[in-house]
Design a protein around this ligand. Structure first.
Ligand SMILES: [Zn+2]
Length: 321
């Protein structure tokens, strides 16, 4: 019995050490400034969409070293000043693809390639795919420098992780085991029922419809940063009816953000629709199909969580008038 315990402990410890050795943060500031799956309103001709990566700040500066988070090889580079991502490096790592966007320039080994392509194809979008194993990159090696190419307000590092088939974006926070900000707070500020807004502290909220359209405004905040929560769950009379969790998003769902976020959502305001007709990756539970008409009086509980398990709950009653 004692022997078994020791082996299990040893395995857990060695696993932990291995992961820590492989994964680096891409930039010196390791607390994220934008979350995975956040709402992005339409801008520069783009449809509203999901934010498919996380942003790491770079002291608001260009030219900060952006490093490979894990060993891999260069899979693709993109040179485009006007796209969403701007100058971008894609690495194929062991378990995922990592993408580093909005760079001002590329790392030393990629710079000559990028410069000759820019001379050859001036003012054009250039995308180059490299054969597997051609340009190997070590974890921690500089792949580029922070910038403001693409759709950005200020220089930062956009890190995106995708599955090896390049079909699904993965939340980097669990994979990088990113740090919890000390002053993190979960906030639920408002509830919207059939278009009418109520404070989250309302005890009783009236409704008239068969199935009320319930929306919840919630966010996480620390310092001046506001990001989206990791999970939003709703129970009615004790039964889980709806759950959103931002663990992964299919690239084909990029512009389906309006199925998750309601009217009035912005970069910093997230109205979570607790109903949708679309089976999206982030919608984990949707039991509305089994409920033809809501009872006249029900208790609704909404739970909002951060990735680090900070929790905020509200409860209110819906009463048919
Ligand atoms: Zn970003």
């Amino acid at each position: 019995m004692k022997g078994k315990t020791i082996i299990a402990l040893f395995l857990v410890l060695s696993f932990g050490v291995l992961i820590a050795e492989i994964l680096y943060f891409p930039s010196p500031q390791t607390i994220i400034s934008s979350g995975f799956g956040e709402f992005r309103p339409s801008s520069s001709g783009l449809m509203p969409h999901f934010h498919l990566g996380v942003d790491f700040p770079t002291y608001g500066r260009e030219g900060v070293e952006i490093k490979a988070i894990s060993d891999g090889y260069v899979y693709k580079i993109e040179i485009d000043e006007d796209s969403i991502y701007g100058y971008t490096v894609y690495l194929k790592n062991r378990d995922f693809i990592s993408l580093y966007a909005h760079l001002s320039t590329f790392g030393e080994r990629l710079k000559p390639i990028a410069e000759s392509l820019k001379r050859e194809f001036p003012n054009q979008r250039v995308e180059v795919t490299f054969p597997e194993g051609e340009i190997f990159v070590r974890a921690g090696e500089i792949v580029g420098y922070s910038g403001r190419t693409g759709d950005v307000l200020a220089p930062h590092c956009h890190l995106e992780l995708r599955d090896l088939e390049n079909k699904t974006a993965l939340n980097p926070i669990p994979i990088l085991n990113a740090e919890r900000p000390d002053d993190l707070e979960v906030v639920i500020d408002e509830v919207r029922i059939d278009g009418e807004v109520y404070p989250a502290t309302s005890g009783v909220i009236p409704f008239k419809s068969d199935i009320p359209k319930i929306e919840v405004s919630a966010y996480l905040t620390y310092g001046t940063t506001v990001i989206n929560p990791y999970e939003v769950t709703m129970s009615i009379d004790g039964r889980q009816v709806y759950k959103i969790a931002f663990d992964s998003i299919k690239l084909s769902e990029f512009t389906e953000a309006y199925e998750v976020y309601g009217k009035g959502s912005t970069y910093r305001k997230y109205w979570f629709k607790m109903y949708s007709n679309e089976p999206l990756s982030v919608i984990k539970t949707n039991a509305w199909g089994d409920i033809p008409r809501l009872a006249d009086r029900v208790t609704v509980e909404v739970t909002v969580k951060s990735f680090w398990d900070d929790v905020k709950k509200i409860t209110f009653e819906l009463v048919r008038r």
